[in-house]
Design a binder for this molecule. Sequence first.
Ligand SMILES: Nc1ncnc2c1ncn2[C@@H]1O[C@H](COP(=O)(O)OP(=O)(O)OP(=O)(O)O)[C@@H](O)[C@H]1O
Ligand SMILES: O=C(O)C1=C[C@@H](O)[C@@H](O)[C@H](O)C1
Ligand SMILES: [Mg+2]
Length: 170
Amino acid sequence: MPNNVFLVGPMGAGKSTIGRLLAAELKVPFYDSDRVIEQRTGADIPWIFDVEGESGFRDRESAVLAELAEEPGAVIATGGGIILRPENAEVMHRGGRVCYLTASVEHLVERTAKDKKRPLLQVDNPRQKIVELLEQRDPLYRAVADWVVVTDRRPPKVVARDIAERLGQD
Ligand SMILES: Nc1ncnc2c1ncn2[C@@H]1O[C@H](COP(=O)(O)OP(=O)(O)OP(=O)(O)O)[C@@H](O)[C@H]1O
Ligand SMILES: O=C(O)C1=C[C@@H](O)[C@@H](O)[C@H](O)C1
Ligand SMILES: [Mg+2]
């Protein structure tokens, strides 16, 4: 039975940042599904959205998730939209435990404002888009998660340690 930890949650929640630190803390491998998709494709996420559309990206995302879920014990940071396809929830449940990382809209806006690598936020009003995505997706994140961790005003290292402790208690 695989014993992975999947981090799910909105863009800017800190899945990639905290996932790397958590894996180091647990001394297990770390994978970031967005980065693995880019490696397999040989192109970055904006290119995939542009050329293959969001549905092309989602196909690649599900394939990579299924592959990573076969790991025996790793930390896997997922993309913000991983919960959009119901089969991905099944794959994560079979592959280990799921932690929902989230933060206030203010923090999400601030943390995602710096770069242009997120196609869904290249709009006139990214804040409004973040609110809309959260309204749509929060119930889906909650449905798949074994527990929820709020990352507001807490440094990534502290959050990673908190998750490691929680894992040790289960
Ligand atoms: N707890 C935190 N406190 C302050 N800044 C943070 C925290 N977590 C992440 N950040 C910062 O927010 C930015 C986005 O974080 P990160 O890329 O880890 O988010 P993500 O959840 O992986 O997003 P995506 O779904 O787009 O991949 C980074 O610049 C990171 O340094
Ligand atoms: O929230 C989303 O739908 C996304 C989040 C990112 O991690 C990437 O997977 C991509 O930019 C799409
Ligand atoms: Mg990420």
